[in-house]
Ligand binder design. Structure first.
Ligand code: NAG
Ligand code: NAG
Ligand code: NAG
Ligand code: NAG
Ligand code: NAG
Ligand code: NAG
Ligand code: NAG
Ligand code: NAG
Ligand code: NAG
Ligand code: NAG
Ligand code: NAG
Ligand code: NAG
Length: 822
């Protein structure tokens, strides 16, 4: 029975709730700062911990060195127990691979004589005493030296507040050759390539730049201009330089005779010179125990860095700066998803929800007006680290709750294509790099396009950008880990993909995962072509079925038959390939970060064909059931897996959608059951409360969708209906409209199971499908409206309508001998 309700009586449409709830109080910024080994970062979230605003260019926090280094991960700078080597303004959050940033830095010291060598962090690094404190926009800690440190930040500047013991000396080291090292690997470690420091005549202000190359994307040098000052004039301020003997500075370094040289003091300024000598300054006070410092940074000029410092941090007050950051987070991020925060509310859930929102708004970094590479009126964003991580559901949430920022991001991506020739898959330090599989910016653009994001986005150029990814083989980037193709940008295996229709395992690396990803990429291209260049649409639509050419109907594993498999250019399959074990699962392997077993489920645009190829609904269902059975995984995730023993790996992006595939069988209750179980088994309000690297917040965002009871199908306007964790949720969508999600009968505390869906009503209409589209029900995701879930304990097949669509559906003969002809 359909009951239409007039839109006129929906009171919430178009209204914005006045809001003064302090959601930020529920955020736990430590979630993900620790891994499976208590006290160590290894295998954890690699998250940034410190002071920042949403998507802030400055993320001010500790840089540490944690020993033993094999149990550490320095990517976010912070580690639970590491020695503090500096406190720097730029960080990533949640990333794997080679650490990036960790500069420019200061370090408060209580002695600079004796054993201390300003060029050797090991002679002055600090353990912490007591507990670190982290809140939204604020961080504090205390060093073994007795110095207390408080930090906060604005968008382009950081505020440091040091309190020294009365009796000690008071110094601040400014180290322009400091960066986050990669102690266990050199090919993608950062290295220092020069700097310059000038101390102004009044000694209170220093300016200059630091330049650091390499790191995660094997990037070009990143030059950051710095302008710092202190709230009281130091009694002494001197610049220094010293030979560059960093172990991994294979470029331009001085010879290393196994000792670290001492610095040479050079008066009020120091320059790196042709051998990239290290530069810095040391500032000393005698008559105060409190020293505050404001530091602005810019990719453009010292002048701009000074302007940011002066305009954004006019008060010098940690409290004021923290409050400003805190208010911005509440206003622009947390209040976008409102749930009951009263006494009766489950505080663990509030922590999980608002912390997840926090972590998914740290990168990319908003750098509007901070693009040193070309002049443009378009916005600029960096730290796409990476599209591979965020395309699957994170961009879809930004689309809803951050439409202004998101439009700005998309314009920035397209502008990169205009000026550099390519969209990034990963980008950091103004440099594209480390494409893991396909060109996944295609998926991001298509997802925005099909949901009607327009504003000032030039979709003519947007289409040209994705079409280039589909057509032009990127030049080889001389990367050291994959001689078969470029890791910088584009699709390195187009030389197979276009003529063969799949990526071959003999001519290219990562054949299985690239084939699966290129298929979705071409579907994405076809989605944009449909509107922008309709004559192209069929070509890319056809290519999006390429995964079927890599489907070996005879491949067998664990009693299941038919998998995407490595296929050679001559058409034969790699028959002995291990379907449950991808080995290192890395750059030069046949499948990247996922087994053939897992990737066989990763065809979001044509689940219908995938089900057919797996032998129909019931075979598909048993195979899906199987990947969630304990002790089935053939891959040893070790300490990195936080106890995951199933083939399905909830900790990594390829499998994000798999637990929701039961919706395609109209057995939505099983999607709810699996996905909830995964969420409750692997996400906690603790430092080790996330199953692996948070990946720019991708894992956190997976949890948010789970908690609001929806899941988006990327590159399509479809959202699957699941089961919310709160009985009333108001989400601000499309700038100022309210999507209300209510759950009648939710009763799931203390092990109760009252979270299975018994029925759904959307905008007053009884909904008989377990999915809906962006524009359904009067444009619910744009105009707002209400989704009412009726929940209960019965595991019920409530949905009688069509299963979710497979808009890329095509049938291609699979198996040996067949090749696509074009
Ligand atoms: C790190 O190395 C130490 C020995 O130095 C070893 O005891 C420990 O198990 C290693 N940790 C990991 C995570 O491999
Ligand atoms: C600290 O010193 C060690 C040894 O020279 C070096 O490897 C590392 O890069 C330095 N810097 C930091 C921030 O750890
Ligand atoms: C020190 O000099 C700089 C540059 O001339 C100026 O901006 C700043 O206000 C001065 N600071 C103090 C404390 O006089
Ligand atoms: C501390 O010393 C500096 C430099 O001698 C001086 O300018 C400043 O006024 C003094 N501050 C206090 C609080 O005495
Ligand atoms: C190594 O270099 C340092 C600093 O340049 C110097 O003091 C020391 O004597 C050298 N040691 C050797 C063994 O050459
Ligand atoms: C959601 O919005 C409605 C309408 O303004 C309001 O009555 C309700 O209390 C809100 N719910 C929450 C959890 O904020
Ligand atoms: C889009 O950009 C292209 C050139 O980059 C320009 O020719 C075209 O007019 C722009 N379209 C719109 C609608 O602004
Ligand atoms: C596969 O099926 C056979 C025969 O039914 C059974 O003995 C075996 O245990 C099954 N293997 C797995 C991994 O389920
Ligand atoms: C096909 O290519 C693979 C990989 O080069 C090779 O091992 C196999 O023998 C070839 N088979 C045929 C029939 O040519
Ligand atoms: C695949 O790898 C797993 C895990 O290492 C191993 O147990 C299994 O025997 C291998 N299977 C085949 C067919 O080689
Ligand atoms: C809603 O937001 C849009 C986009 O910012 C704006 O144009 C419009 O005026 C706003 N409407 C209301 C009622 O605030
Ligand atoms: C609060 O939520 C957490 C996380 O979902 C859950 O484990 C716990 O049982 C809930 N507590 C109550 C009292 O419902």
């Amino acid at each position: 029975m359909f009951k239409m309700r007039s839109l006129a009586i929906l009171p919430i449409i178009g209204s914005v709730i006045a809001q003064d709830v302090d959601y930020a109080q529920f955020v736990n910024p430590f979630i993900g700062s620790e891994g499976a080994i208590p006290g160590y970062a290894y295998g954890g979230g690699d998250v940034f911990v410190g002071g920042t605003v949403p998507f802030g260019m400055v993320k001010l926090g500790l840089d540490t060195y944690e020993e033993p280094i094999n149990q550490s991960a320095l990517n976010g700078g912070y580690t639970p127990k590491g020695h503090v080597t500096g406190i720097s303004l730029m960080h990533e959050s949640g990333t794997g691979g080679g650490p990036k940033y960790g500069f420019p830095a200061q370090m408060p010291l209580t002695t600079i004589d004796g054993d201390v060598n300003l060029l050797d962090n090991r002679t002055y690094w600090q353990s912490r005493i007591g507990d670190d404190v982290a809140k939204v926009g604020y961080f504090s800690t205390k060093f073994e030296s007795g110095v207390s440190v408080e930090l906060s930040a604005s968008r382009h500047a950081g505020l440091y507040h040091y309190t020294y013991p009365e009796s000690s000396e008071k110094h601040v080291l400014v180290d322009f050759s400091h960066y986050l090292p990669y102690p266990t690997r050199s090919w993608d470690s950062q290295f220092y390539t020069g700097g310059e420091i000038d101390i102004q005549p009044n000694s209170s202000t220093y300016t200059g730049y630091t330049s650091i190359a390499g790191g995660w994307c094997i990037g070009a040098p990143v030059t950051v201009y710095v302008c710092g000052d202190f709230d009281s004039p130091p009694v002494e301020a001197k610049a220094f330089r010293g030979k560059n003997t960093f172990p991994v500075s294979r470029h331009f370094r001085s010879f290393d005779n196994a000792t670290t040289p001492q610095p040479t003091f050079t008066g009020s300024s120091a320059r790196a010179g042709p051998l990239n000598d290290r530069v810095g300054g040391v500032f000393t006070w005698s008559n105060t125990t409190e020293v505050k410092s404001r530091v602005g940074i810019s990719f453009m000029s010292v002048e701009k860095a000074c302007e940011y410092k002066d305009s954004e941090l006019s008060s010098w007050s940690i409290e004021d700066t923290t409050k400003a950051a805190h208010d911005e987070w509440n206003r622009d991020v947390f209040s976008k998803i409102q749930v009951d925060t009263s006494e009766a509310a489950n505080k663990t859930r509030l922590a999980l929800l608002y912390s997840s929102l926090y972590f998914m708004h740290l990168i990319p970094s908003e750098r509007v007006g901070e693009n040193p590479l070309w002049e443009s009126d378009e916005p600029y964003w960096d730290d796409w680290y990476t599209a591979w991580d965020i395309f699957r559901n994170q961009v879809s949430l930004w689309h809803l709750i951050q439409p202004s920022y998101y439009e700005s991001m998309i314009r920035s991506l397209i502008d990169m294509f205009r000026h550099e020739g390519w969209l990034p898959d990963g980008r950091s330090g103004n440099y594209n790099g480390l494409v893991q599989g396909g060109s996944n910016a295609d998926n991001i653009l298509a997802d925005a396009y099909v949901k009607g994001l327009s504003g000032m986005i030039n979709w003519t150029d947007g289409y040209a950008a994705v079409k280039k990814n589909a057509e032009v083989l990127p030049y080889f980037d001389q990367n050291p880990v994959d001689p078969q193709g470029s890791l910088k940008e584009g699709r390195s295996a187009l030389d197979d993909w276009i003529p063969l229709g799949y990526v071959s395992a003999d001519r290219n690396s990562r054949a299985v995962s690239k084939t699966v990803e290129y298929s979705l990429n071409d579907f994405a291209v076809s989605q944009i072509a449909a509107g922008e260049e309709p004559g192209d649409r069929d070509l890319y639509f056809r290519r999006s079925a390429g995964w079927q050419l890599s489907w070996d109907p005879e491949a067998e594993s664990r009693n299941f038959t038919g998998f995407v498999m490595p296929r050679y250019a001559n058409g034969t399959f790699h028959k002995t390939y291990n379907i449950t074990n991808c080995g290192d699962c890395n750059w030069s392997d046949e499948s990247y970060e996922g087994t053939a077993f897992e990737y066989s489920f990763v065809i979001p645009h044509d689940v219908e064909r995938m089900i057919e190829l797996m032998g129909g609904s019931s075979h598909f269902e048993s195979r899906l059931d199987y990947v969630f059975q304990p002790n089935t995984s053939g891959v040893d995730l070790g300490v990195n897996g936080l106890g995951i023993t199933t083939i399905n790996n909830v900790a990594n992006e390829p499998d994000f959608q798999t637990p929701y595939l039961y919706n395609y069988l109209n057995k939505q209750w099983k999607s709810v059951q699996r996905s909830r179980q995964l969420a409750t088994d692997f996400y906690f309000n603790t430092s080790a409360g996330i199953p692996g690297n948070s990946d720019a917040g991708a894992l956190n965002c997976w949890l948010i969708w789970q908690m609001i009871g929806l899941y988006p199908i990327v590159t399509t306007p479809v959202y699957l209906l699941e089961s919310p964790w709160f009985s009333d949720i108001n989400i601000t969508v499309n700038h100022n409209h309210t999507l209300r999600i209510r759950a009648d009968g939710l009763d799931d505390g203390d092990g109760k199971q009252g979270y299975y869906v018994q029925g759904v009503i959307i905008n007053g209409e009884e909904w008989n499908k377990n999915w809906f589209e962006h524009e359904d029900a009067g444009g619910i995701m744009n105009e707002g409206g209400e989704i009412l879930f009726k929940l209960g304990t019965e595991q019920k097949v409530w949905e009688t309508g069509d299963v979710p669509p497979s808009p890329g559906h095509q049938v291609i003969d699979v198996g040996q001998g067949y090749m696509m002809t074009r």
